[in-house]
Design a protein around this ligand. Sequence first.
Ligand code: ADP
Ligand code: ZN
Length: 727
Amino acid sequence: MYADVLVQYGVKSLDHTFTYHIPQELVGDLTVGMKVVVPFGKKEINGFIVNISNSKPEIEVKDIKSIITKELKLNEELMELGKYLSSKTLCTLIASYQTMLPTSLKINNSKETYELKRKIIYINRDLVEIEHYIENNKRARAQIETLEYLIENGDTLKSELNASAVKRLLELNLVSEKTESIYRIDPGIAYEEENELNDEQNRCFEEVRNSFNRENVFLLHGVTGSGKTEVYMHLVSEVIKSGKCAIVLVPEISLTTQIVKRFYCRFGNDVAIFHSNLSDGEKFDEYKKIENGDVHIVVGTRSAIFTPIKNIGLIIIDEEHSSNYKQDNNPRYHAIDIAKWRSHYHKCPLILGSATPSLETMARAEKGVYKYLSLSKRIGNSKLPEIKIIDMQPEFRKKNMILSEELQLDIMKTLEKKEMVMILLNRRGYSTIITCASCGFTYKCPHCDITLTYHKTSNHLRCHYCGYTVINSKTCPNCHEDAIRDYGLGTEKLESYIRELYPSYRIVRMDADTTTKKGSHERIINDIENGEYDIIIGTQMISKGFDFKRVTLVGIINADESLNIPDFRSGENTFSLLSQVSGRAGRSDLPGSVVIQTFNPDNKTLGFVSSHDYMGNYKYEMEIRKKLKYPPYYYLVSLKVISKDYQAASKESTKVAEYLRKNLSKTSIILGPSTANVFKINNYYRFQIVIKYRFDDKLMDVLKFIDNQYILNKTTNIEIDIDPIRI
Ligand code: ADP
Ligand code: ZN
């Protein structure tokens, strides 16, 4: 027997398989998808078996050395999915599989298992015999205590007993030892009853249930707090009853905390979770639960879409508009595409849920490609919040640089009523720009083309692209005056400002800097739920999904920040960010309100936000997209030509653009090359070319050809992003 083994060997060009002979002792054990060790040149490396056959190759081949993990392997579906992923994103097949697997199973990891085992001690004799021993060995106090403890408590963890006593008892063969493997995460058993669905929820539920066992895509468009999650849980429950499984995706780790809790309450240890904040061991365990069929439900972030759950009956992507569903490094896949592939494979429905669907999704629903379902009202008596827009120009004249008079007043009123305030500022750090008041010097990252952000807690200036850090000093490195000042506003500075303004209230900040430690999301969220805070300050991390009943006021500090991002999606994204964060206010019987501060009070997008007019914004944005030939009217591909050598990057990008113009169909539009949005990152210069097209059957071949040209190029690299989120 022979096996084709896919190996990873550094360079991209080596994405092909090598044939090996299967030695007699491994025949029968080896199957496709397993990770094995093979000799390769003078070394030994790891690879995946992609094919097994009887036909003897013409050249002489070496033997497979050994199997790494027998129990966990890529199953048939995932082997196929990898091929799709690699053809869709132009990555190598090995890169596909690597992306799909958790660290513990990745190819370069040779550790056999992460299994957590514990040792149990138990009595292996008749009680009479034990009592006899106790009678005759009165002086062996520790041993007697151990035996008595075991008689009373039954099997006990070895680590909880006196070690030397246990050792002696084992020698005497009065007790025995056994090993049990355990999972690190144990959700316990379910205890929560279902809420009865209201009429609107029920209609959505029925529509999806009626299409079980068919590959339909649904858009569940439900305003914030309309009970989407409840609909998901009812459907998942139906799926399980029919013996099938479900995947539920949420866009961010911070959101998994609340949703996972709700799924644990409802479904207990039938749920596995999967996100990047788990340890390698935890991921291994959850993956194994899934692989072994111990659970029917997986809840997680983007990568959970690759988990080996079998017999899928339903896939749900919540907050489907989130850009987090697209991976922004290689392979640049979108979780919705993967979900569609799996829904096709399993013939099961896919639900895309959102209060603010992406334009692409809504356009497909309008065309009838997706089935449109809507939840137009909030649950119970809860109403959508009232939204006020505050012009900051006059406020600035009154020296209210951060909070307007109105927002200050509203915060005070809310706090006095013992309700909670949430404040959004979509920029972390202390202040955005550090400038010398004397010579105008600003700190920029020496490796990237952006200004450094000041972090006060550590007194550092940091590059948010590459992590470059310098210590801040009062003295300007350029003119040596003590004139360094900070301008602009980040969450850290906002926090200290608010602490000064409301000294007797309890304040918490939630952003990428306060949630780096494992478990910190959970802790902050639990504390908020337990009523330990009055004011929550955060970045977009607090915008989606949270359901804190006592939040009645939401303040948005600088709405322009997001409007001014130079990107064709900035209008769409601003609408969704502001609507989502507004949706955190007034989610129970207490009415909510929202204050949006801006220098552009007449801005169209803000107008749509304040009147809760999703469709108004949708139509407005669609007009613009049509005029400017952007998605969903046109598809996009972005190519970045990257090099440490400025000349090379410039020259090669011109060559690429010329090749595209010559070889793509005449209806495709090629823009550039021009300098990329961030021109330099980590000392690499970046030029960009954008392709806009509607139909182009030559496209994939042309892109593949270009990609191949740069595989072995030592100075210049190319990054191809198909359907980019931003350009
Ligand atoms: P969404 O996901 O649309 O923001 P949720 O599913 O979180 O909305 O629902 C908002 C709140 O209403 C939650 O606290 C949820 O428990 C509650 N809820 C949802 N559906 C019902 C229902 N049918 N009956 C009672 N309470 C419900
Ligand atoms: Zn940098």
